[in-house]
Write a protein that binds this ligand. Sequence first.
Ligand SMILES: Cc1cc2nc3c(=O)[nH]c(=O)nc-3n(C[C@H](O)[C@H](O)[C@H](O)COP(=O)(O)O)c2cc1C
Length: 367
Amino acid sequence: MVVLGPLALESNLCLAPLAGYTNLPFRLTIRELGGLGLATTDLVNARSLLERNRKALKLVETRPGDQPLAIQLFGADPVEMRDAAQVAVALGAAAIDINMGCPAPKVCRGGGGSAMMADRAGTVRLARGVVEAVRVPVTAKMRLGWDDRHRVAPELARALEEAGVAAVFVHGRTRQQGFSGAVNLEGIGEVVRAVRRMPVFGNGDVTTPEGARRMLTECGCAGVSIGRGAFYNPWIFRQTCRYLATGEPQAEPGFEERVRVMSCHLDRMIEIFGERRGCVMFRKIGPWYARRFGPSSDFKKRIVNLAHRAEFDEILAHYRRWRAPFLDEQGELLPRYRPAPMPPLAAGGFAEAEPVIPVPRGPVARW
Ligand SMILES: Cc1cc2nc3c(=O)[nH]c(=O)nc-3n(C[C@H](O)[C@H](O)[C@H](O)COP(=O)(O)O)c2cc1C
């Protein structure tokens, strides 16, 4: 169990923020599957939240079953960040996460996002202001630094701890690296060793329970935060919890369980975003689930045109008939059609797999 100030997490596994993906329907879906300690919203512009901008309010939409939830804020103005943190708490945040990794020029130009790693004194002042303004834990999400010559994360984490920050999440790459190369476990370990008591969560390329354990063991971190791996496998938190407790490899969910969870996910998308928008957004979600269905071209071809809930049942019924020849008498995929095991955390773990969550092109590729 990891304690973040007044917040005791049920597990040391967190959902990393992925703008455009870590919305309420997805968070509720993975929470239902179990094993998650803390989820985070997409990054939210502090000023937009203060202005009660409709899109910002949608990003922080939550409900009682969606706890504990951290709201991730970005911004460089200490007053706006402080006030936005108070609004976020009033809207249900159990923790505030400060984004120190966003590379978008319009964010960095104002001194926010990853530019915060370059101004330690200013960043610590801003963080202290947020810590003093709210009763919930305040955390920070960062990379190892700008580039290999400026790996500031250890000193920054240490200074943030002194300012009252409750935990840091460290993506084990530099900003310059983007998503290339392997996650630097040693670099995350340096942050762990630099702080006194504050929990450090390692992040980057964890796609399997074994990968999570390797990060925990080699970095000595208090927990692990998983982003893209949760879309590859929404069961990863539960599987990892059990694996860490027992050391036993965890069975993958079967086809019917995948279909059940996928259908619930769609229903939540429709409930929260409306039928039309929920279905359109689901066009990119359905194929994640299908990756572990075995042969699935029929499903993938049709799901990308989904417009109504009723169509989903038709697509599924058609796909079940199409899939039947790939099954044995017990209804299991014939061995030659079974998907290969998930690639574990390793040099280029994700690079080898066809990415389901494409890393955005351009500056965003350097979160
Ligand atoms: C599409 C996408 C969106 C992201 N959005 C955010 C964000 O809003 N805030 C943030 O701090 N990091 C963001 N990140 C970085 C992730 O939180 C995480 O650090 C990175 O993906 C490495 O972890 P993973 O390999 O487990 O995905 C994003 C990454 C991707 C690929």
